[in-house]
Structure formats: structure tokens, C-alpha cells
Design a protein around this ligand. Sequence first.
Ligand code: NI
Length: 179
Amino acid sequence: MVSHAHFDHLGDAEKIAERTGATLIGIPEVLSLCPGAKNTHPLNIGGSYRFPFGYVRMTPAVHSSGVAGGLACGYVISIIDGPTLYYAGDTSLFTDMQIIGAKERIDYAILPIGDNYTMGKEDAARATQFLKAHNVIPVHYNTWPVIKQDPEEFKQIAESVPTTTVKIVKPGESLVLSK
Ligand code: NI
């Protein structure tokens, strides 16, 4: 699932899909940049589809797409007999996150906190409240000096809501997701 075509997100998606035969899911304009991917499934904003592993809904994101005519997006991913995840992609805070939180029980929200290109830590904490997310994984920070953030500060702000747990995952670490 690709959120948009900026290089730090699209990355090697085409090569991985080419090598493994994995299905590449994205907005049509982004998928058009990946002609080598054998299996693709286009979705557009607000649309959902039931895949063998569960359902996926493409959600709006307020960000540029990196390809003419495209839109940046996020995803709600509800795994069969498993957790429901919301991956925001790159985005600012937007009030429709409240609708996502009202519609789904979000077990894990993956939210950018880096500021400059996306929302920063305060807005990401507000997003956590909008989403009523139980666990939050902060992403999109400390890659470059302009998006330097201390994830512990985000943890402190977001966990002021007692039902929220922030899970900081360092590069190379893994996290087992449970419902
Ligand atoms: Ni981006």
C-alpha cells in the first residue's frame, strides 16, 4: 500500500512488487509510475476493497501526491481476526480523522510527527484523540534535520489521554501487533 509518490514513500515499491509478485495498492496516478509491478490494485479516496487478508479503505490525506493528477492518501487496514490499523501517510491534521475514529476501532495508528512536511507532535497528539486510537506508532521524524523530533515528547503529550499507548519503534526494530 503506497500513500503517495514522494521518493521516501514510494521507494523500492515497484522493484519489490516485481521481485515478489506482491500486489501493489495505490491511487491510479501513483501506480502508473510502477509499470514493472505485475499485480496492482487501484483504489481511490473513500473506496474500500476486501482482499484475502482483510479489507482496506483508502482515506484522504492533506499532502501533495508527488505525481500530476494524483492525491496523497492514507489507509485503514482491517486484518481478518487481527487488529485494525490506520496508516495516515504524510498529512496535516484534519477534522475528518474524527469520522475515521467513529467508524472504526483503531487498534494502531501510524502517524507522522516530524513537522515541516507533515503535522508535528502536538497535532499528531490531537489526531490521536480524533481517531480514538488505542496505540500510536510515531513515524516520519529524524530522517533529516528539518524533521528532527523527540518521540518521547510526543509520547508524553499523546499519553495525557489515559487510553492511549505510544509505541516508539526504532529503525530495525519490529513490533508484534495484536488485537
Ligand atoms: Ni511526502
